[in-house]
Design a protein around this ligand. Sequence first.
Ligand SMILES: [Fe+2]
Ligand SMILES: [Fe+2]
Length: 460
Amino acid sequence: MKPFSFFLVTDPHYFELSLGGEGEAYEARSRTDQKCVAETGAIIDSGFADIAADSETDTVLIPGDLVYRGEQASHEGFIKKLEKLEQAGKKIYIITARHDYAGNPCGFVGNECIPVEGTPRENLRSLYYHYGFEQAISEHKKSMSYTVQLTDSIRLLALNCDGDCKDFKGLWDDQIEWALEQIKDAHESGNYIFAMTHYPLLPFSPVMNMIGDAKLTDWEKLANTFADAGLDLIFTGHMHAQAVTDYTTQKGNMITDVQTGCFVGCPCAYRRVTFRDDGVDIKSYTIEDFDWDKGGRTAEEYFRWRFDRMITDIIDAMAYDFAFFTRLFGGPEKNKKLRIPVTLVGKILQKLTVRGLGRLLFFKVDDSIADRLVKDLAVELVRNIFIGDEPYTKGTPVYEAVEKMLKRLRPVIRIIEKKAGAKNPLLADIPAFVLSMIGDEKKRDCNTTLNIDWQRFKKA
Ligand SMILES: [Fe+2]
Ligand SMILES: [Fe+2]
């Protein structure tokens, strides 16, 4: 059978630069952001040009966070980019998410954020009508979800998960009912159906279990319901991270969540997904270059620099700007007592190497990593979670060093485990928890083939 493929692009967060994207206010905002903002137009143009050039793939899916913070002008600019992609022969299907209507839409001029026109959520369906809603074979209008027929035997279930637009980031009961009908109807009519939603269905790393915003509210209920109904594949975004995660229900049904990194934030990833006779092939790409003054950096170096400074700024503030540091965690008054210890730790971290840490805690480190600054390594470990395929597995010098450090800190860790472990079972074994985040034995976050028999519903 002829393979079918599509591109998956998520979280393009387009920002219309004519609203104003430079100066003090812009810098202050963008420094705390992992993703690019002013650069999004140039990055999207570059990525969309690469996608347009692939003549074998005519479908593009975009599961939400289309613009930066709901600016009407950003939506209009982004739709122009979609029109260009469409003129290159692509069929585009989107869903919207919270960044498409919520937030604080403004332009950045000098040291001011100037409010600009936002976009009410109820306007989004008509704005993007042409990109999914128009082709829908069924729609759940209240939630702005729909189903489309992608090929003669494959359907897409596009599930909006705005929930109550507040704390509940999930699917309403009647929306779940509708989705289950879609799955049943697809199967009975000889179609394979997969889903896309903005929020991840599954927490992709142990730490994501602890972050409320890292997955759909009621994710376990949904994963069980959908997998037991025969849905086995879902494409998601939102966390700006690359991950492929499986979940198996008590009845033995598996669902795989393919979460794709942000199109405009390190590693600026997108995927090409191909349905072949032997399974579903997932391949990742990144934006190789884009038209911007990158200060002599390659695109990859630029994206990493943008990501890293979000964290290094915090470490630097510990040492040199306590007021900024405390503002991030609740205000200076509240944290006055912490000024001396935080500043001390911050200053030590400015110079502490892995060798120095080893000496401090009496463990030997491999020469290959001895001269690295601990803060640089820490930033890299966080960055690796987002890039996926975390490299520091058992046997690597970094794994050994982290393992030894955790052993030395055992007495302190035991106290934390007792307290925190009672509330959260994941923290009952902190060394295992930490080590599981720095090394991924499976290495399937970026490229993999899923063993899915998507032709099993086809009628003879
Ligand atoms: Fe996002
Ligand atoms: Fe999001």
